[in-house]
Design a protein around this ligand. Structure first.
Ligand code: PLP
Ligand code: ZN
Length: 422
């Protein structure tokens, strides 16, 4: 038995039982927060019960999830999550920071953060015996769903904009999903999948719209919590001055706003269980050309006004963010903020991360670009411990990567020609 109690609307607060609703609030369309049996969890588990588990995937957090681990073992679905955290000492020095880390979500089975959400949605689909899962995607959510569904023999239908990067479309096709390219934007694909799900009785994974996507994404917060405990243990040993450091700053790239909401939810779950005392500060980073959430945040409102999105960071190119309200709150309720960056700064960030061995797609590099901007504008101080979330692999968008570097020269295969060029 899992700990799923029901839903609570993020706008009007109405509570629903698990069978009463499937997607958003019937009254006002608000995103639904999944409610767990917190009292039961608290009685049954101590943090040590989680920390000592031998499962090195997001399924180690099963006691805090609204679904059970699907049967079977060792498929890609069972290996989503548990991504490494790297220390970026060189870049920290260059930025004048004492502590800088990067959590590399490219290590997920389909090479993006979206596997976390898709793993949980596929598990849910199996529990409610939904046959076909459909998703609109700029590429990664679809690739993740196609991958997780394929891993356990489930059917997936993906609608993506025809302009999605070819590598992402290749992933969809290779994973055997039914792929339909829409001559329109992500937002068009989104609305169409919602209609299709209704018409054909499919289960819709759409980001934010489906309450389980945030439940998958919150597992990154749990991993950060574990890593942070581990890091503190080390610091304590060395009697480090970091015992009195400011709270962790987490930089998250934001499109629909579901990753940032999910991470916020994960920390809120830990707070409700009494397993942490304070929340880390969460900073959302958006591309200037797709900044509906950042604008709402800085206008001090929860009313999200759509934009006409235009950025090379396709994974965060969104007209109307589908989880905008909770995304605004993630920064506001944790003492964080929102930062916007230009496409030029994103390309620069791709090149900078490359120099230390990390290949990030544009949306993923956006978090680091936001940090650079945050340091320049004095938002980030030298003793702030910073973790940036790198959400997807650079191999997913080679065209963008090539814009971030100068072309390689071509020479005749002779030592003379090589000498000349060197
Ligand atoms: C989807 C995605 C994001 C943004 O997540 P949202 O939930 O849409 O805010 C960032 N980076 C990558 C690589 C993504 O695929
Ligand atoms: Zn509501």
């Amino acid at each position: 038995m899992n700990q799923f109690r029901g839903y609570r609307c993020s706008l009007c607060g109405t509570e629903y039982s698990p069978d009463e609703v499937t997607y958003t609030c019937p009254k006002d369309g608000g995103n639904l927060d999944v409610e767990l049996e917190y009292d039961l969890i608290r009685k049954k588990y101590q943090p040590e019960d989680i920390l000592s588990r031998k499962d090195y995937s997001l399924w180690r957090y099963e006691p805090l999830l609204p679904v059970n681990t699907p049967k079977g073992e060792n498929t890609p679905l069972h290996h989503a999550g548990w991504t490494p955290v790297f220390q970026l000492n060189t870049l920290a020095r260059e930025l004048g920071l004492k502590h800088l880390w990067l959590k590399d979500e490219a290590r997920n089975p389909s090479a993006s953060f979206k596997d976390r959400a898709s793993a949980i949605v596929v598990a849910r689909a199996r529990e409610i015996k939904a046959d076909v899962i459909v998703a609109a995607s700029t590429g990664n959510a679809g690739a993740a769903l196609a991958c997780m569904a394929a891993a356990v023999g489930h059917r997936a239908v993906i609608l993506a904009p025809r302009t999605a990067p070819p590598a992402k479309i290749a992933q969809l096709l290779i994973f055997g999903a039914r792929v339909i390219l829409v001559d329109g934007s992500y937002d068009h694909a989104f609305d169409l999948t919602v209609q299709a799900a209704q018409e054909f009785g499919w289960y819709c994974r759409n980001t934010g719209f489906n309450p389980f996507t945030a439940e998958g994404k919150k597992t990154a917060a749990f991993e950060i919590w574990e890593w942070w405990l581990e890091a503190h243990r080390d610091w304590h040993k060395k009697d480090s001055p970091l015992n009195d450091h400011p709270p962790l700053l987490i930089f998250v790239p934001v499109g629909d706003g579901n990753i940032i909401s999910g991470i916020h939810k994960g920390f809120k779950d830990l707070l409700r269980l009494g397993w942490i005392q304070n929340l880390p500060r969460i900073v959302g980073v958006q591309a200037e050309g797709s900044a509906a959430v950042a604008r709402a945040f800085h206008a001090n409102t929860e009313i999200i006004t759509p934009v006409s999105a235009n950025t090379l960071a396709d994974s965060i190119s969104v007209d109307l963010p589908r989880d905008g309200v909770r995304a605004v709150r993630a920064a506001r309720e944790t003492g964080g903020t929102y930062i916007t960056v230009s496409d030029q700064e994103i390309l620069q960030a791709i090149a900078t991360l490359g120099r230390v061995g990390i290949f990030a797609e544009p949306a993923a590099a956006t978090a680091f670009a936001g940090l650079v901007r945050g340091v320049q504008t004095g938002l980030v101080h030298s003793d702030d411990p910073v973790l940036i979330l790198s959400t997807g692999s650079g191999l997913k968008d080679i065209r963008a990567a090539m814009q971030a570097v100068t072309q390689a020269p071509v020479i005749e295969p002779s030592l003379q020609a090589l000498k000349q060029i060197l």
